[in-house]
Design a protein around this ligand. Structure first.
Ligand SMILES: NC(=O)c1ccc[n+]([C@@H]2O[C@H](COP(=O)([O-])OP(=O)(O)OC[C@H]3O[C@@H](n4cnc5c(N)ncnc54)[C@H](OP(=O)(O)O)[C@@H]3O)[C@@H](O)[C@H]2O)c1
Length: 298
């Protein structure tokens, strides 16, 4: 697998003004997609535009954003930003939020990955700059916006690589573990404040984009199928979803191999105990009447 190595971004223009393509009014919903210039981000933009969303599109490749905006049946605000250069990128996202009058959905799909078996520093540093620092910077701006307006929905595209280390791309898996754990921490923070702010962690398997190249990638999903499932997870305000859903099985196997049968068994015991507390066993007289039996531990 080669992860996004042949990309030649257009030179970054820090204060490129927003290009607004006005195409009538949407149904009032609006979203920003960071990493909209290709792959999953572009697919989500098409699907959300069909649903009438007004869209803010962010990435480095201006030309791709312009072409995408021209093809969408909705009003779009394009911004060129390099999230690895996080200070200007944070300003650009802040300005975009203002220009759009606020949004209720921010999707961070921007990400890179390099195969790097010989541990060259540059690819590792780039991956960390985009997937870790850039992600946290964008998530921070989005969350502060949602906290100020009292509601919102943040979606981050993580990866199955977050749960299974891969020696050929060390920074990539570690960076995606950061993405998933960071969103978990944000969710805890919001739970304390009791605000209606939702956070969805999408852990993707192979999706057929420029990033996933190579022969023999199994369970590779077309972009439109993945986007449809991502939008369903967003609609349901899921905290977490595997993309596509069959990767849940791989995640379960990884968990089982990591924790081993003993831990898996104690997890089952814990689940049984929780079930006992939620549904206390009926009194003796009821039991005689209904024939209900208690759950037993494994
Ligand atoms: N495809 C898969 O199999 C797969 C599997 C698991 C997870 N994912 C995750 O899915 C997300 C989307 O990837 P994809 O498959 O759709 O690949 P992609 O087509 O290469 O899309 C990556 C997007 O991220 C943007 N991006 C990259 N670096 C950026 C930067 N420094 N600043 C701003 N935007 C940047 C790119 O735009 P510019 O180049 O124009 O800046 C592009 O829009 C990534 O986070 C990836 O890790 C993909």
């Amino acid at each position: 697998m080669i992860l996004g190595e042949d990309k030649v971004p257009t030179p970054f223009q820090p204060h490129n003004p927003a290009v607004v393509v006005q195409k009538g009014r949407g149904v009032g919903q609006s979203a920003i997609i960071i990493g909209a210039s290709s792959g999953i981000g572009a697919g989500l933009a098409k699907a959300l535009a069909q649903q009438g969303y007004t869209l803010g599109l962010v990435a480095r490749r201006d030309e791709n954003l312009r072409k995408l905006a021209a093809s969408l049946p909705t009003t779009t605000f394009n911004r060129v930003a390099d999230i690895a250069d996080c200070r200007p990128a944070m300003e650009i996202l802040g300005e975009l939020l203002e220009a759009m009058g606020g949004v209720e959905l921010v999707i961070i799909t921007a990400g890179i990955g390099h195969e790097n078996s010989d541990l060259a520093w540059r690819p590792e540093a780039e991956t960390i700059a985009v997937n870790v620092t850039g992600f946290a910077a964008m998530a921070g701006v989005a969350m502060r916006h949602f906290m100020a307006r009292g509601s919102g929905h943040l979606v981050g595209i993580s990866s199955i690589a977050a749960i299974k280390a891969d020696g050929s791309a060390p920074a990539y898996g570690a960076s995606k573990a950061f993405v998933s754990r960071y969103m978990q921490a944000l969710r805890h923070k919001i739970a304390k404040q009791q605000l209606p702010i939702h956070i969805t962690d999408i852990q993707a398997g192979f999706i057929d984009t420029a990033m996933a190249k190579g022969d023999g990638l199994f369970w590779i999903a077309p972009v439109d199928v993945a986007c449809e499932q991502i939008l369903r997870a967003i609609r349901r305000r899921q905290k977490h979803a595997y993309m596509t859903q069959r990767w849940r099985l791989i995640a379960w196997l990884c968990d089982f191999c990591r924790s081993g049968p003993t831990t898996a068994c104690s997890k089952l015991e814990r689940a049984a105990e929780e079930a006992r507390q939620t549904f206390p066993p009926p009194r003796k007289s009821d039991r005689a009447a209904t024939g209900t039996t208690r759950l037993t531990s494994c």
